[in-house]
Write a protein that binds this ligand. Structure first.
Ligand code: SF4
Ligand code: SF4
Length: 320
């Protein structure tokens, strides 16, 4: 039987995850738990349910269909949608992911997140946009979750992608064993490497893990000769001061060569809805979205340690 793994989404026509038009393949499962994660449904390694509060008319069909008493009884739509309502449809502890409720819902309010797919199925989907890749220098971006948390599958997927002539970016937090990262990096054209925070204690507070391994792996990847696009998230109150960025530059100056590219990514909170769909709270307090213009001044900081610096990371700026 062919290998398969859970994919949370295959997203076409991305322009911010490597050069040209990209198809992002999101593996389900990550070893980090970043508080601001834009794809919180990729953190768990198992299938999950989306419950979309605004689409739910509280008809009760899912309640009747569930064999495990894992659905809360209906309330009025007004009550469930009221500001600050804590009502959530699914009782996660009781749910065994049988998905009978999804079939019972006629309003599209319940959705399965996590589809088992084989390597062939994934690449057939990716190849649908082959023409766009050829015209733009694009390809597939393997993301997550984190590919290093799925090393064996990711390795086979990358080998198969290269056989089909697909350009590949590997999007990683870098929090994996060096052997895994090296294996995957050597089969990828570009590494999109995320730097979440330069201070290890704050990194752990924000993501659940310290950053020493991540910084060490970055240094080894640089020595390995990989093409690296470092993605630095700028979050108000955590990583938006000049002092913070001086520290990052000081670390990058210790690497054996300048990075190929640095993308400064202004924080946004467009993903808040997804947290409510999986029954989680958005935990970034009042951090406000940053306007890209607010961090323009940082480009000068990073020019000595990278061959190119962008705000926002558009895949088309690299071609200019
Ligand atoms: S997936 Fe199955 S167990 Fe879980 S809430 Fe739906 S019907 Fe109940
Ligand atoms: S079946 Fe769908 S619309 Fe009806 S209560 Fe359940 S989630 Fe809401």
């Amino acid at each position: 039987m062919s290998d398969e793994t859970l994919i949370s989404q295959i997203q076409r026509f991305s322009i911010n995850d490597g050069p040209g038009f990209r198809t992002n393949v999101f593996l389900k499962g990550c070893n980090l738990k970043c508080r601001w994660c834009h794809n919180p449904e990729t953190q768990s390694f198992t299938k999950e349910l989306y419950w979309k509060r605004r689409l739910c008319v509280q008809c009760g069909a899912c309640f009747d269909a569930c064999p495990n008493e894992a659905i809360n009884s209906p309330v009025s739509p007004e009550e469930s949608n009221a500001e600050g309502s804590t009502y959530y449809k699914i009782i996660k502890e009781n749910c065994d992911n049988c998905m009978k409720c999804v079939d019972a819902c006629n309003y599209g309010a319940l959705e399965i997140v996590g589809k088992p797919m084989t390597i062939e199925e994934i690449l057939d989907e990716v190849e649908r946009d082959d023409l766009f890749y050829k015209n733009s220098g694009g390809g597939m971006t393997l993301s997550g979750g984190d590919p290093t948390a799925h090393t064996a599958f990711s390795d086979k997927l990358l080998i198969a992608a290269k056989k089909r002539g697909i350009h590949v970016c590997l999007d990683t937090s870098g929090f994996g064993q060096w052997e895994s990262l090296e294996l995957l990096a050597n089969k990828s054209d570009i590494i999109l490497y995320d730097l979440k925070h330069i201070d290890s204690a704050i990194h752990e507070e924000l993501t659940g893990v310290p950053n020493e391994l991540i910084l060490q792996n970055l240094s080894r990847l640089v020595d390995n000769g990989s093409e690296i696009w470092l993605r630095i998230l700028v979050i108000p109150g955590y990583s938006d001061s000049s002092e913070y960025h001086r520290k990052v530059v000081a670390f990058l100056s210790t690497l054996s060569r300048p990075l190929d590219r640095i993308d400064l990514l202004p924080y946004h909170n467009w993903c808040e809805d997804k947290y409510s769909w999986i029954g989680r709270k958005w935990d970034m307090g009042g951090a406000q979205a940053l306007d890209p213009a607010d961090i323009d001044y940082l480009v000068d900081f990073y020019e000595p340690v990278a061959r190119q610096v962008t705000i926002g990371g558009s895949g088309f700026e690299a071609e200019n």
